[in-house]
Design a protein around this ligand. Structure first.
Ligand SMILES: [Zn+2]
Length: 505
């Protein structure tokens, strides 16, 4: 038994703090008791004097494969980023995959996050060894994770109608070599990965990540739906992240992306839509009726200029909402406090009555219990008996708590991660007074720097190709997204994409 004594505990629902001692039994919170009311002879005692104890934050959406590509882009849209994916996440050895995931997990823990939903990508299809490397990294750091292999059976170039046709021959030939495995192979690989899962699902859970609706054939999506149901795992997808995606969805399916996924039977309580920016009231009610979750990533939406999900409307629809950082190529830090702060602040932009603004307590709920539900972990996200002992120790002597007037407001509006002193996950202090007890950050840094030096040489050709493509892809995609009426001219009457010289702009 362990007694965490002397701290103030953030209570669920009210998000006020109360002086309480936390009794931990193994990896679980056994009780919350009045200060110093339990002596606990022989129990381990952890001093939390001057500390605010909050549940570990949950990151609803990230990508381990791009941690080593942190900071490489500035003014990139989502489409420009997808055009660069072959080199930002490619040519990774198993060790590179491990190191990237470990660096990301370590940053998250350092910033008070104890669980993440990681859509981890490998090309041309996921491998058991790659997923295992990522699982090992999270395990070694000591963090919980739901890992969804990010999968597709169409490349970005194949997924956007007309894009291949407008490329010069040499570039078209080059991008046609970027191919995903046929969906039957990918689904078989995912089946093997999930069926042979040896990780403790209380810590490392499997899921499926068909990346973007129109990057997946309908047969593929249906196979993912069936596999997820059969193996009882969740599904996370990027849904309507950019305006272009929403337009392509309408053109391809004659309905919204959400309506398309609904028609295919993908939506359900185990479904988590990441971003969900370009959706309408009908989409929201479809997602809500299905009991689905949304992972809202305001930092990524800002950086990529994707637009911004309307969190108030998502909440009003009754949807479960998690907050995410997205991966390091699109956000570029992994800071769940920033996600809360931005989620709350951006809801105030525009002409909304103050009652429509997202409050600090709503942001905290999304970053804790909302995230827990989206990830499929049942007993994380609050400090309460029966919940896992995933507890972040916040130093109330940090200047942004001086004075401490309202802990919920200050956690969301003032905290930037620097107040995180210690992090306990499953009753184990993974970060103890700012020092990791599980991994050696200096060694990780050295490994990451060596990997990046090697990869920058190995991916030079891929990078050069994506840089040649970038102006063409950028112009084409922004043209397609600019005015909906342009889109009507990209297909002939039978739905066949028009060639570049047939498109009327
Ligand atoms: Zn993403």
């Amino acid at each position: 038994m362990m007694i965490i004594h002397g701290g103030r505990v953030l209570r669920p629902a009210t998000f006020d703090a109360e002086p309480l001692d936390v009794i931990v039994d193994g990896d679980t919170i056994a009780d919350l008791v009045a200060p110093a009311s339990v002596r606990g002879e022989g129990a381990r005692r952890v001093d939390a004097s001057g500390k605010l104890l909050i549940p570990g934050l949950v990151n609803g959406h990230t990508h381990a494969q791009v941690t080593l590509a942190r900071g490489v882009f500035d003014r990139y849209t989502l489409e420009l980023y997808l055009n660069a994916m072959a080199w930002t996440g490619g040519r990774r050895t198993l060790e590179d995959k491990y190191v990237a995931a470990a660096v990301g997990a370590a940053e998250l823990v350092r910033k008070g996050c104890t669980a993440a939903y990681d859509m981890f990508a490998e090309f041309p299809l996921p491998t058991a060894e790659g997923i295992d490397a990522v699982a090992r990294a999270y395990r070694d750091v000591g963090m919980r994770v739901t890992i969804a292999p990010m999968i597709a059976d169409r490349s970005f170039y194949q997924a956007i109608p007309g894009l291949l046709d407008m490329l010069p021959d040499d570039l078209r030939d080059a991008v046609l070599k970027i191919e995903y495995a046929p969906h039957s192979q990918t689904v078989a690989a995912c089946r093997t990965i999930v069926q042979s899962w040896t990780w403790d699902r209380d810590c490392v859970r499997p899921a499926l990540g068909p990346t973007i609706p129109h990057h997946c054939s309908d047969e593929f999506l249906v196979a993912c739906r069936d596999l997820a149901a059969e193996l009882d795992v969740g599904i996370q997808m990027h849904v309507a992240e950019s305006k272009l995606q929403a337009i392509v969805g309408q053109r391809r399916y004659g309905k919204s992306l959400v309506a398309h996924l609904d028609a295919l039977g993908l939506l359900g309580p185990h479904f988590c839509a990441s971003h969900a920016i370009w959706i309408d009231a009908d989409d929201r009610s479809r997602l809500a009726r299905a009991g689905a979750s949304i992972a809202h990533n305001p930092g990524s939406n800002f950086k990529l200029g994707s637009g911004m999900a309307d969190l108030r409307r998502l909440l009003d629809s009754g949807l479960n909402v998690a907050l995410g950082t997205d991966g390091c190529a699109s956000s570029d830090n992994l800071n769940p406090y920033e996600a809360m702060r931005l989620a709350s602040f951006v809801s105030r932009v525009g002409d909304h009555p103050v009652e429509r603004w997202v409050s600090s307590r709503e942001a905290l709920h999304a970053a804790t219990e909302g995230g827990a539900r989206a990830l499929g972990f049942e007993r994380i996200g609050r400090i309460a008996p029966g919940y896992k002992a995933d507890i972040v120790f916040i130093d109330l002597a940090a200047l942004h708590y001086v004075p401490c007037n309202d802990v919920a407001n200050q956690l969301v509006f003032c905290e930037d991660g620097t107040g995180v002193e210690s992090v306990m996950i499953g009753g184990r202090l993974v970060l103890d007074h700012g020092r990791f007890t599980t991994i050696d950050p200096l060694k990780l840094r050295k490994q990451a720097e060596e990997a990046v030096a090697r990869l920058s040489a190995q991916t030079r050709e891929g990078r050069a190709l994506s840089e040649r493509l970038a102006p063409l892809v950028g112009r084409y995609c922004s043209g397609l997204a600019a005015e909906p009426h342009h889109v009507h001219q990209l297909w002939n009457s039978t739905g066949k994409p028009l060639a570049a010289n047939e498109i009327k702009w």
